[in-house]
Design a protein around this ligand. Structure first.
Ligand SMILES: Nc1ncnc2c1ncn2[C@@H]1O[C@H](COP(=O)(O)OP(=O)(O)OP(=O)(O)O)[C@@H](O)[C@H]1O
Ligand SMILES: [Mg+2]
Length: 308
């Protein structure tokens, strides 16, 4: 029996004004896992409103258990307001949303009902005291592997939150900008300093792993693939030559897709190399569809067949 991956954090709606797209990094990971029939438990909180109904409909579309789905009577469902501006998008991450109020007793009860194989968490939902306390209570309640996708967004979280998260994690995934932020905070290496050599970057990654006693550190590099540092590996595993997606529509959710397949591979017991190759390839394919999650569930069929 495959153990359950617990995913805790925000489920929200990206509000384009004319269009509402369901998102939230944790909810993207959970939906991808659900699509591959991997046991998962999404722990989040929504409001009693239209956007909440839209999120709930996604739980249904992906046949996900709602045991970890809490509903708040007062707070509204999480929203990120996306304003189309010349030369790109502007995001306003709305404060005080239902996902800031994930209640501890309900979360613990939902988690107690499953056999936890891993816990996925990020930092955004930790901006509030309530959800942060719930996350750490869930982490306390299990000794399963803790996977952290740092996903720093705007100025929602501070160095203290990041430090606490890194301490709590076993496996950490960052992108290049996030790695740079960590180097700056912990090693006083500024982006304006002369560029580090490849060896210096590797040594700094190793130092980060030691500092926070990590089993693994994954750095994703956009179209350039990913680098995996393992505590027990002499050399990092580098994936640079992924089959390129036929075209790129947007890279929204690429990191979340990567994390989902990484966790899937661990659950299924795939060799690490295979897991990383598949995570890269699948994340690339997500760049060839609009948004983070396919509208058409048929998208997943090809991957399921190939990976069977
Ligand atoms: N343009 C691209 N072409 C091909 N693959 C890509 C591209 N962008 C991202 N990927 C794939 O997705 C993975 C994660 O991308 P990236 O490093 O951008 O993560 P991220 O910044 O965390 O993303 P997110 O916006 O979801 O947080 C990469 O390691 C790669 O496998
Ligand atoms: Mg990311």
């Amino acid at each position: 029996m495959m153990r359950t991956t617990v995913i805790i954090g925000e489920a929200l709606v990206d509000d384009f004004g004319t269009e509402q797209i369901v998102g939230g990094a944790p909810f993207n990971v959970a939906r991808n896992l659900a699509a591959f029939m991997a046991p998962q438990l999404m722990v989040t909180r929504i409001g009693d409103d239209r956007n909440g109904a839209v999120v709930r409909a996604e739980f249904e579309r992906f046949a996900m258990s709602s045991a970890g789905l809490q509903q708040d009577a007062m707070e509204e469902t999480g929203r990120v307001v996306v304003e189309r501006a010349p030369g790109g998008h502007r995001f306003v991450i709305v404060p005080n949303q239902a996902y800031d109020f994930i209640a501890t007793p309900e979360a613990l009860a939902a988690v107690a009902a499953v056999e936890v194989g891993a816990v996925y968490f990020g930092t955004l939902a930790q901006r509030s005291e309530r959800s942060r306390a719930t996350l750490f209570a869930v982490l306390e309640a299990t000794d399963a592997t803790r996977y952290l996708d740092l996903n720093l967004r705007g100025n929602q979280v501070d160095e203290q939150c990041v430090t606490r998260s890194l301490r709590a994690a076993n496996i950490v995934k960052v992108n290049e900008e996030e790695l740079q932020a960590l180097f700056q905070w912990y090693f006083q290496i500024k982006p304006t300093d002369p560029a580090l050599t490849a060896d210096e970057v590797r040594a700094s990654c190793r130092a980060l792993m030691q500092m926070f006693a990590l089993d693994a550190l994954i750095v994703t590099l956009g179209h350039r693939g990913s680098v995996y540092f393992g505590r027990d590996l002499e050399q990092p595993i580098v994936h640079r030559d992924n089959p390129a997606p036929p075209f790129v529509i947007d890279t929204v959710g690429a990191g979340d897709a990567f994390s989902a397949i990484f966790l899937l591979g661990r659950m299924r017991g795939w060799p690490l190399e295979t897991t990383l190759a598949r995570a890269n390839e699948f994340a690339g394919a997500i760049c060839a569809i609009p948004g983070a999650i396919p509208q058409d569930m048929g998208f997943y069929d090809k991957w399921m067949t190939r990976w069977r």
